[in-house]
Design a protein around this ligand. Structure first.
Ligand code: 2AM
Ligand code: CA
Ligand code: CA
Ligand code: CA
Length: 269
């Protein structure tokens, strides 16, 4: 019942955000640089995040909010024990660089956790406006209809694998890159949320990314787990809700092949 109330509200918020983004398309953007020349934020990211924070504060006062653009650094730096709390994790625009360059391939991500357990995850794909959501132990839904995977499992040779940029250009990820030899081909969207959508639709069979933050993966982890996919960091550890982490999401057989490759095989040329 309680989750149903959250669900109704979140759907309303996403509908407002969708209309807002569409209205903002093709307007001149205010773009600010954050930590690095390619770490950018727009006025749209900030307006969406502020809107979500306001709504959460009205309807669920006192609950913690971890949003990319207003991140409570106490949470990001592990100074609050989020395992004890009701926690919202929001990424107002996932794929901001895509939004800036082409206005394609970005998503809105909302997740709700209780005592460290993902209760509800939402990804709004802004190419199709499809909303994927999952509740803990209740499967995955697309636009409120039950969503079934094409296949519950897939091996690497059967599909594409997605990487993020750093996996492509940093020397230390050579072994990860070699997974490219075992799959149909390598792809990448620039949006961690859309990578989860691509996995759900089996456009890809695995996604490997270095250095993702909780807001990049909070919703995706819930959805993919509910769909029966596997997740870990590059070392095989469970994903956590604080700090930066490498991430592997994959169909079960692909996940096993990846970890087997990372553990047992020497670098190949
Ligand atoms: P963002 O668009 O919300 O920043 C791209 O590989 C994915 O990694 C996106 O989901 C992007 O989310 C995230 N990401 C995290 N840190 C990033 C950074 N410094 N620059 C670009 N993308 C980053
Ligand atoms: Ca960002
Ligand atoms: Ca993000
Ligand atoms: Ca973002």
């Amino acid at each position: 019942m309680e989750l149903e109330k959250r669900h109704t509200l979140i759907k309303e918020w996403l509908a407002v955000i969708k209309d807002f983004i569409i209205k903002e398309l093709n307007k001149e953007r205010i773009i600010e640089r954050k930590s690095h020349w390619n770490d950018l934020v727009t006025d749209v990211d900030i307006l969406i995040e502020n809107y979500l924070i306001k709504q959460i504060e009205i309807h669920f006062p006192g609950e913690l909010i971890l949003g990319e653009e207003t991140a409570d650094t106490r949470i990001a730096m592990n100074q609050i024990n989020i395992e004890e709390e009701r926690l919202w994790i929001i990424d107002p625009l996932d794929g901001t660089l895509n939004f800036i360059t082409s206005q394609k391939d970005y998503a809105v991500l909302i997740a709700y956790y209780e005592k460290g357990i993902g209760q509800a995850g939402y990804i709004m794909d802004m190419n199709s406006y499809d909303v994927y959501h999952a509740f803990h132990n209740q499967g995955v839904y697309k636009n409120d209809q039950t969503f079934q995977l094409k296949n519950s499992d897939a091996q690497l040779y059967e599909g594409f694998v997605a990487f993020n940029s750093k996996v492509v250009y940093l020397e230390r990820y050579e072994k990860i890159r070699q997974i490219g030899k075992k799959c149909l081909g390598v792809r990448g969207t620039g949006s961690a949320g859309l990578e989860a959508v691509n996995l759900l639709n089996q456009y890809t069979v695995a996604y490997l990314s270095s250095s993702l933050m909780p807001w990049d993966i909070g919703a995706a982890t819930i959805l993919l787990e509910e769909a029966g996919l596997k997740s870990s960091d590059f070392e095989g550890r469970d994903l956590k809700l604080t700090g930066s982490s490498s991430v592997i999401y994959a169909y079960p057989s692909s996940f096993n092949e990846i970890h087997h490759h990372l553990k047992n095989e020497k670098n190949e040329q």
